[in-house]
Write a protein that binds this ligand. Structure first.
Ligand SMILES: C[S@@+](CC[C@H](N)C(=O)[O-])C[C@H]1O[C@@H](n2cnc3c(N)ncnc32)[C@H](O)[C@@H]1O
Length: 555
């Protein structure tokens, strides 16, 4: 049989069922969507490269592949069209001068803390407290939270007084003297963005005033690295300072008299621009300080890691003594600057069709950071009619990047690509397009998410898996057209292949990735492939699942 595929991990003794570790430390400093698990990315980098070799991620997002390449002494190239993504990536890996940062924070606090806190003053008889949280319902202030003493753990919850109302309403958008984002959204109901609305409306006028004052002060920091660090703390906390923070209601016996009460808890901004009817307005200074402390703690952990960063400004420099190249550009353009046969390994998690319109989702960060954004070249299917980003444009641009990857990867080296299990169309496009290139599909592996990862969709439990496809560049490959077969029509044949394998093997059940590998090894040499979702449906219909393994139903 054509041994184009390395099958069955029992033979290769490599682990294939990857379980993600949870995001802590530097990996939890800043939100990004579809963050990939660092331990798995690291495993792949170690498997396919040696120290000093070049790893490229053309869609690097929050930069996990970049950090793991640097931590394992490889050279890293991270490309992303999203300025916020490259900004986050750089902050993930940068070591910062902790003492100087602390000094700057004290200075910043001494200048803005009292002013910002004065926006949240809660006057009670002859005393003044600092409000920590305010609940708004349908545009009306309904609850005020404060503490007797800043260090106290117990919060006081009250209905707002006339004073509280007057203070909150004394702020207005058009009286803010500092910079704040004035862009309008692209219309996209999928992410609750309405073209009538501006980004600043995600914040109450009071919080917008506090944020713009804080950003104005950060902009005045002279040392560029320290300024960038504080901007990072700002964007990492700005979502929590928005009206998108919803109220979580918990029922139960919460007071000493065992009366049933309802307790309101603070939710968190997750994705998109949904402003709930009942939402929080959280003291901006508290949001910022909490995030600053978390980020500083994570950065301290980096101090003990043995690595250094030598950032290159172009590929030639990277080849010399440098080890990091970050590019804020569309991959279909950036990769053109890289010479043929020069990259040792490519690992990437490309944009997944219409799942997450990254540039639209990052508008809030990019506009606070005053970044120019190239929406035209984004690889995405956006439901926004304002953008003309349909499936054809998505495949055209994605395929251009795949072509470039084939060109710049060294012969016989590997390219690992992650994608979503239910993204059937992407799978079909990928297989058709990569089979027209000098790539052999070597392996299909699964990626299991840890419990705390946010996989933002509603996949059925059995399918809650992403795939990692690994290709090898094979210059001797004979390119043939491949045919998509109907699983329904070929059901008996497919079941037969699986049953035959089970009959001749000591195993009595198989993991999803094993079944996929088996079918690929059987069909691709005949220039045939199948729809992923149809196979998954067939497994659900004709097989039983125990744990993560499938057995033939009724046997
Ligand atoms: C699935 S995400 C990558 C997430 C990443 N794996 C992580 O762990 O954070 C895909 C990325 O592709 C980026 N992207 C979309 N179009 C692009 C293009 N034309 N060139 C480069 N990056 C692009 C998006 O901004 C997004 O960050």
């Amino acid at each position: 049989m054509n041994k184009q595929l390395t099958l069955f991990e029992d033979e290769t003794k490599e682990t294939t069922n990857h379980t993600a570790k949870s995001y802590t430390g530097i990996y939890a400093m800043h939100k990004y969507w579809s963050k990939k698990p660092y331990n798995i990315i690291r495993e792949f980098i170690l498997r396919y490269t040696e120290k000093g070799e070049i790893v490229l991620d053309p869609f690097c997002g929050s930069g996990i592949s970049v950090t793991e390449s640097i931590f394992t002494e490889r050279k890293a190239i991270g490309v992303d069209i999203n300025p916020s993504a490259i900004f986050i990536t750089k902050q993930m890996i940068n070591k910062v001068p902790i003492k100087l940062i602390q000094k700057e924070f004290s200075k910043l606090e001494s200048e803005v803390k009292d002013v910002i806190n004065s926006f949240y003053i809660v006057k009670r008889i002859d005393k003044k407290f600092i409000g920590t949280h305010f609940i708004w319902e349908n545009g009306k202030l309904t609850e005020v939270w404060y503490k007797n003493d800043v260090k106290s753990r117990t919060k006081i919850i009250e209905r707002p007084t006339q004073n509280d109302l007057e203070l909150a309403l004394s702020f207005s958008y058009n009286k803010i003297p500092y910079y704040y984002p004035k862009d309008r959204f692209f219309h996209n109901s999928r992410i609750n963005a309405n073209r009538e609305n501006h980004i600043y409306e995600l914040f109450t006028p009071r919080n917008l005033m506090a944020l713009s004052l804080l950003m104005d002060r950060i902009e005045k920091i002279e040392n560029k690295d320290i300024k960038e660090f504080f901007k990072f703390c700002f964007t990492a906390s700005v979502g929590q300072a928005s009206r998108m923070v919803f109220v979580v209601k918990r029922r139960g016996k919460f007071n000493s008299k065992s009366r049933k009460t309802e307790r309101k808890e603070v939710g968190s901004w997750v994705i998109g621009y949904w402003v709930p009817k009942e939402n929080f307005e959280i003291n901006v200074r508290n949001c910022f300080e909490n995030r600053y402390r978390k980020i500083l703690k994570a950065k301290r952990e980096l101090e003990y890691k043995k690595y250094s960063i030598n950032e290159a400004t172009n590929f030639e420099e990277l080849l010399e003594l440098k080890n990091l190249l970050l590019i804020t550009e569309p991959a279909q353009k950036a990769l053109k600057e890289i010479p043929d046969n020069s990259i040792d390994y490519v690992i990437t998690d490309p944009p997944h069709g219409n799942r997450q319109p990254y540039l639209e989702l990052s508008m809030m960060w990019n506009s606070w950071l005053k970044k120019d954004v190239n929406y035209d070249d984004e690889i995405v299917i956006s439901e926004s009619k304002d953008r003309k980003k349909d499936i054809h444009n998505y495949y055209k641009l994605l395929n251009e990047v795949l072509d470039e990857i084939e060109r710049i990867l060294k012969p016989n080296r590997y390219f690992s690509l992650m994608f979503n299990s239910l993204d059937n169309e992407t799978w079909i496009n990928l297989l058709i397009h990569t089979s027209s290139l000098k790539f052999d599909l070597e392996k299909v592996e699964t990626l299991e998410y840890s419990a705390n990862s946010v996989v933002q969709d509603t996949r059925r439990a059995g399918l809650k898996t992403d795939f990692i496809l690994t290709f090898r560049k094979n210059l001797n490959k004979t390119i043939k057209d491949i045919e998509l077969i109907s699983v329904k029509k070929n059901k008996d044949y497919i079941i037969n292949v699986i049953e035959n394998y089970l009959k001749n093997s000591i195993e009595k059940s198989l993991e999803t990735y094993q079944i996929l590998n088996l079918l690929i090894s059987e069909l691709l040499p005949q220039n045939k492939f199948f729809s992923l979702s149809e196979i998954l449906n067939l497994l659900e219909m004709d097989f039983d699942k125990e744990g993560s393994k499938w057995t033939r139903r009724g046997i």
